[in-house]
Design a protein around this ligand. Structure first.
Ligand SMILES: C[S@@+](CC[C@H](N)C(=O)[O-])C[C@H]1O[C@@H](n2cnc3c(N)ncnc32)[C@H](O)[C@@H]1O
Length: 290
């Protein structure tokens, strides 16, 4: 960025988008907008009515710093401290995975099943491995009659999830608990639906993940033993004794293990096992009924 040029919002966005493209950043324009809005302390949409505004030297210095860190691989969500999920902003920290758009399929399917199940009584839902609370909070927001329990093995992640529930005004309807999968619960039918985006990446796949994921996101949120299948298998087994009759189990998975997980579920007491695909057509969610 040269000193002589007029660095308006419009010019800064154009320059940064090109710079990110040359540096192989995945979503150059979007990232430029999010980082500039953060540096100016405004919403992304507000940049469009400020196109001819010239940010101060202090604002530009803040922007340059973010730009440098992002080009070096630090994810935008950690730089600005939030990520949109299901059209809601979620606080994220280095203790939580950054919620992914694919995970919205889990929420959509859960809401659909809950709507079909809903009767006179409130339904009880458990989100296992809640992380930032993205799944639990969006279900609570969109299914007002459900009571939700959200668990994680990481206390630091649970603190973030609680703040997100407060911010989105559903904290009263979600109980947060530290638990190794469902171990904290008695073997009794207490839930109508158990949903999870557990760790499902194998050691080999982990080594091949892009550096922005490997170097910044919590490893314990990603990796599972047995080729990525251990957490899902254990959870499916534990869910059998914690779900009510006809209750549902939904888990996110990777296409690499979809077939083997389907087989595991079918060999057990699960009924109507099916796999849902994400927008890229990849096998992404397993659904089963008790
Ligand atoms: C893939 S992340 C999903 C986070 C969030 N639900 C989402 O979709 O963005 C997996 C989460 O499971 C948690 N986790 C890992 N092992 C666990 C275990 N044995 N019991 C409970 N939670 C676990 C991690 O701390 C992490 O928050």
């Amino acid at each position: 960025m040269s000193q002589a040029e007029q660095w308006t919002v419009k010019r800064l966005l154009e320059w940064t988008t090109e710079y990110f493209k040359k540096n192989h950043v995945n979503s150059p324009r979007l990232d430029a907008e999010i980082l500039l809005a953060q540096s100016l302390g405004c919403k992304r949409i507000d940049l469009y009515i400020r196109f001819s505004h010239e940010p101060s030297e202090a604002e530009r210095a803040r922007f340059r710093e973010l730009l440098k860190r992002h080009t070096a691989g630090e994810p935008v969500a950690y730089l600005v401290g939030y990520k949109e999920f299901y059209s809601l902003p979620f606080e994220v920290t280095r203790d939580t995975l950054i919620p992914r758009p694919e995970t919205e399929h889990l929420v959509i399917e859960s809401l659909d099943l809950l709507a079909k199940m809903s009767g006179a009584e409130d339904l009880s839902v458990c989100d296992v491995g809640t992380g930032s609370g993205a799944i639990a909070v969006t279900i609570a927001k969109n299914a007002p009659k459900c009571r939700i329990t959200a668990v994680d093995i990481s206390n630091a992640a649970l603190e973030v999830a609680k703040r997100n529930a407060q911010k989105h005004e559903v904290a009263k309807r979600i109980v947060f608990l530290t638990s190794d999968l469902l171990s904290a619960f008695p073997e009794q039918p207490i839930f109508d639906l158990i949903v999870s985006n557990p760790p499902y990446v194998s050691e080999t796949e982990y080594e091949r993940l892009p550096p922005d994921v490997k170097n910044y996101e919590p490893k314990s949120a990603l990796i599972a033993a047995e080729d990525g299948m251990a957490a899902i298998r254990q959870l499916a087994e534990q869910a059998l004794s914690r779900l009510r009759k006809n209750g549902f189990f939904l888990t996110e998975l990777s296409p690499m293990i979809a077939e083997r997980i389907t087989e595991t579920l079918q060999k057990s007491r699960w009924q109507q096992v099916r796999i849902l695909r994400d927008l890229a057509g990849r096998e992404r969610v397993a659904v089963a009924q008790l």
